[in-house]
Design a protein around this ligand. Structure first.
Ligand SMILES: Nc1ncnc2c1ncn2[C@@H]1O[C@H](COP(=O)(O)OP(=O)(O)OP(=O)(O)O)[C@@H](O)[C@H]1O
Ligand SMILES: [Mg+2]
Length: 392
């Protein structure tokens, strides 16, 4: 079965090589993240490639859709857009036009006539999606359903669709920041480990081909900053982890985590206090993954610990040439450093950007240019000594 390449390389990669004809893709994301932009670009490219495409907009008028298309360029302008909220009308149009691909933006705005309940209610959404699916499979039309998800991901609407559709994509990021990530939560036709990184610009979403280079070049050499060699799916990604430690009178002190899991931050703080790091019961601690990226993996622990310790002492971890320190590793509850998956690729990525030696857990075998540590305490000492030596 030939896939339809959307021409948005990161989207194609996350999909597992493009859209599968007749499949249903649910694209979820919080408001304003760029769902309409992404789907508009994909349809524009497909249309330019000679495929029949259709864009149904239930949220915006045809004029608004056109305004966005103007921003995105000529290909997007050529996509036929219909402002339509009636399910029956959408189905009839699909039957008549038989597009190769279409976008329904959003599934929550569709309204089935025979059904009670407001648009966006669970019953309506489920009814609309299954009716669309039936037609899409029959006509071999690839459908992208846009769905709203609140920050907690708790909206009933799209969640009830997850079983029904073939593929669930989540578009994430903070609206105020320019970086966005696209990942697959479910994919019947490909891996769910791939992640695409985009940046929102005036001309639309731009694929960030080499996100590591971006994040490393933006990394700060100040105290509290360290580079984490993380894995985003099957791809290594270098991101900057920053920490700020500030004395406080507030009880309990604040623990703010952006881009990492709050519970892991609490765990790392507890391990630091017991195993060779500072005890921060009298300080607010803020940890941030720069650029609005989210890293949800235990491999981030060591970076969080090193950034906090560095921020607490006010001692930078970067060397005199402002080369940041790179690291990765899981921190265990007994203060040990635990190996994580894909150590070789993380290290290779860091070395590619001239960041080495990489601080990491003691491994089974490692290539040159690495410096394994079995315990958090020893990594803390090494990081500190390293910075001092490099500064001398
Ligand atoms: N000229 C511009 N330059 C840069 N960014 C822009 C410009 N115009 C819009 N944006 C960005 O595009 C985002 C909106 O994109 P889009 O409409 O695709 O999001 P959406 O996820 O479809 O939103 P909604 O949930 O409202 O449908 C805005 O948050 C804004 O940051
Ligand atoms: Mg939209």
């Amino acid at each position: 079965m030939a896939r339809l390449c959307t021409g948005v390389a990161e989207l194609d990669r996350v999909l597992g090589g493009g859209l599968v004809p007749g499949s249903l893709v649910l694209l979820g994301g919080s408001p304003g993240i760029g769902k309409s932009t992404l789907t508009g670009m994909a349809l524009g490219n497909l249309g330019a490639g000679g495929h029949r495409v259709l864009y149904f907009s239930g949220e915006e008028s045809a004029a608004q859709v056109r305004l966005r298309a103007q921003r995105l360029g000529e290909a997007a302008l050529d996509v036929p857009a219909l402002a339509e909220t009636s399910l029956e009308a959408v189905l009839a149009t699909l039957e008549a036009e038989r597009p190769a691909a279409c976008v329904i933006d959003s599934i929550q705005t569709l309204h089935a006539e025979g059904m009670s309940g407001a648009p966006g209610s669970v019953g309506q959404v489920r009814e609309a999606a299954s009716a669309v699916m039936e037609v899409a499979k029959r006509l071999d039309c690839a459908v992208i359903l846009v769905g709203h998800v609140t920050k907690e991901g708790a909206v009933a609407g799209p969640r009830v669709l997850e079983h029904l559709v073939d593929c669930v994509l989540l578009f994430e990021g903070e609206r105020e920041r320019s970086f966005r990530t696209l990942r697959a939560l479910k994919n019947r036709f490909g891996a769910t480990s791939e992640v695409g990184v985009f940046e929102m610009r005036s001309g639309g979403l731009v694929e960030v081909v080499d996100p590591s280079a971006r994040f490393v070049s933006e990394a700060s050499a100040a105290a509290g900053s360290v580079v984490l060699a993380s894995m985003e799916g099957t791809r290594p990604l270098l991101v900057e982890v920053q920490a700020l430690v500030a004395p406080t009178e507030i009880v309990p002190p604040r623990r703010v985590a952006n881009g990492i899991d709050r519970n892991r931050l609490a765990m790392v703080l507890a391990v630091l206090a017991r195993h060779g790091g500072p005890s921060l019961s009298g300080a607010d601690v803020f940890v941030n993954v720069a650029g609005g990226v989210r890293v949800d993996e235990p491999g981030a622990d060591l970076a969080v610990a090193l950034a906090i310790a560095s921020a607490h002492r006010g001692e930078p971890l970067a060397d005199p040439e402002h080369r940041p320190l790179a690291c990765f590793g899981e921190v265990g509850l007994t203060g040990e450093l635990r190996p994580v998956a894909h150590a070789d690729r993380r290290i290779a990525e860091a070395l590619k950007f001239g960041l080495g030696p990489v601080l990491c857990p003691a491994p089974t075998e490692l290539p040159a240019g690495t410096e394994p540590h079995a315990a958090l305490a020893s990594a803390l000492r090494r990081a500190r000594r390293g910075a001092a030596e490099r500064a001398a």
